[in-house]
Write a protein that binds this ligand. Structure first.
Ligand code: ZN
Length: 138
């Protein structure tokens, strides 16, 4: 069995952002030389997510609205976590949107459904953060 590890780095210009990282994961898969196996993609931060969904801007606006209803960013003092920080909402949003995804690799390709795309979901950005890509197989 072969394994391959890569970190993807991000530094968003906004506090919250969704980035389609499918091309970077595909590139890592090519670099790995693995044609049958599994790829794990996970956020290495507790205020960011990796998830799979549609690359459609209306849906992303709906995510933003929905998550703001569930865990509004402000007022900051509504959260006990916000003593030294202001990112309690980002921890909660990440919990809902998930930490990681696992995708099957078949014949050297990501075996995704027709509309499935892999996203990095940032909820407390404007700083350098990373995603782990771990590929195992043969
Ligand atoms: Zn925090």
């Amino acid at each position: 069995m072969k394994s391959y590890r890569k970190e993807l780095w991000f530094n968003t210009t906004q506090r919250r952002e969704y980035i389609n990282i499918t091309p970077q994961v595909q590139a890592a898969l090519l670099e790995s030389g693995i044609s049958e196996g599994l790829v794990l993609v996970n956020s290495m931060h507790i205020t960011a997510s990796v998830f799979i969904n549609d690359d459609e801007s209306g849906l992303h606006a709906d995510f933003e609205k929905w998550l703001e209803k569930l865990a509004p960013e402000k007022p900051y003092n509504q959260y006990r976590h916000n003593g030294f920080e202001d990112n309690a909402d980002a921890h909660l949003k990440r919990q809902v949107m998930g930490r990681e995804v696992v995708v099957a690799i078949t014949e050297g390709k990501l075996d995704l459904g027709p509309w499935e795309q892999i996203f990095y979901g940032e909820f407390d950005g404007k700083r350098r953060k990373r995603v782990l890509v771990k590929i195992i197989g043969e």
